[in-house]
Design a protein around this ligand. Structure first.
Ligand SMILES: [Ca+2]
Ligand SMILES: [Ca+2]
Length: 385
């Protein structure tokens, strides 16, 4: 409700602004330059999610004119996403837009958001929900001159962010795509601009024909753990973003104590460090490729094994890996950049990069001073002392 009030307040602000501009010293006397354009990209902080996750949505904008007002109807698949509480939605206008007035209306239907004139059957209320974002430039005195804080940026910058929730009751097993977008057909955009930020008589408005706008959508894929795949140990992680399985132990010959398949089985092959497929040799190490199969032949999911610190894939972290890590630290081995599972295995301390710190960690393991706790998310090398 607060958000609606915010938008009503915004609308009032616009009216006041417009009337002040037209009745006082300000007037709509400006003219469009003729080359006005704006590019709007919707970007999410993740593209692969699970039911119940939160997705941070950014509206990134570049333009070539002094925008004094912007309004964006953002639609999203309502079968996939929902809005949380106001606190969870956490609508934020970036500091590049301040001082100014921003608001989000989260309690608005699709049709109202995009405009009643848009009759396209592509945007049915039963398929999409919407939020309406609006911003009005404020003014400030710069060197004694009243200046409107217009938005004008040739580089794409994040102007707004808000959160969407992936519905918690979504069920697989097939992955579902959810789309977040601004329909170019919308009639509710607001195109107020100024020739000069310090001259309020130069305000003008544009329309679709006089301001070219492009829109990039965001697509988020919701993936599901197939209920046939049963985790037997709470330390094991099926990482869908990286197609990796970890949280195992060193020296395993199978993963049967960690994961099982109801009415099915696990197939093993192996990826050598040169990324070629090789036969499984009874050793579960980095690069072992497990496929969870149903007895009816259904492929239920495929994952690379990651044993942190095991570069050569023999399932152990030892002196051989230490030698490889010395080469990695000297930039003589770079192939871990080409395979996400190998990168994960080489980032032993879990800080997001592969460097000398990981090499030092593996060295201390090779020298029997420490061991790798495969169940930890970071700082996995634990000293014996
Ligand atoms: Ca090894
Ligand atoms: Ca690291």
């Amino acid at each position: 409700m607060k958000n609606i009030k915010k938008l009503i307040a915004l609308t009032a602000t616009i009216c006041i602004l417009v009337s002040a501009l037209s009745t006082a010293a300000f007037a709509f006397g400006g003219t469009a330059v003729g080359n006005e354009k704006m590019d709007i990209a919707i970007v999410t902080d993740k593209t692969s999610v699970h039911a119940g996750d939160v997705v941070k949505v950014s509206i990134n904008i570049s333009n070539n004119y002094n925008a004094a007002n912007m309004r964006w109807p953002v639609l999203f698949d309502n079968s996939v996403f929902e809005l949380g509480t106001e606190a969870e939605t956490d609508f934020t206008a970036a500091s590049v837009l301040t001082p100014g007035t921003s608001g989000i209306n989260t309690d608005i239907d699709t049709q109202t958001a995009i405009g009643a004139g848009v009759t396209s059957s592509s945007f049915k209320v039963e398929d999409y929900n919407a939020v309406l974002i609006q911003w009005v430039a404020g003014s400030s005195a710069e060197n004694g001159t009243q200046t409107m804080n217009c938005f004008n940026s040739s580089a794409s910058v994040t102007c707004f962010t808000f959160n969407l929730k992936v519905k918690a009751d979504l069920e697989g097993p097939t992955a579902i795509d959810g789309r977040i977008f601004i329909p170019s057909e919308a009639t509710t955009f607001y195109y107020m601009a100024m020739n000069s930020k310090t001259d309020a008589t130069t305000i003008y408005t544009m329309d679709k024909e006089t301001c070219l706008m492009t829109f990039d959508d965001a697509v988020v894929t919701v993936k599901f753990l197939n209920p046939e795949i049963v985790l037997l140990n709470e330390s094991v992680v099926l990482d869908y973003d990286n197609n990796a399985i970890y949280g195992l132990a060193e020296g395993l010959s199978s993963i049967e104590d960690y994961v099982t398949v109801t009415d099915g089985y696990v197939e093993y092959t192996r990826f050598a460090t040169d990324n070629t497929v090789a036969p499984f040799e009874g050793v579960v190490g980095t690069g072992t490729y497990v496929t969870f199969m149903g007895n009816d032949g259904t492929n239920l999911g495929e994952f690379f094994v990651v044993i942190f610190g095991d570069y050569n894939g023999d399932g152990l972290v030892d002196l051989e890996d230490d030698t490889y890590f010395a080469s990695i630290a000297n930039y003589e081995i770079m192939d871990y950049f080409e395979s996400q599972y190998l990168f994960l295995a080489c980032d032993v301390n879990g800080d997001g990069s592969v460097d000398t710190m990981d090499a030092t960690d593996v060295s201390s393991v090779a020298n029997y001073d420490a061991y790798v706790d495969q169940t930890l998310a970071e700082n996995r090398v634990v000293s014996y002392s």
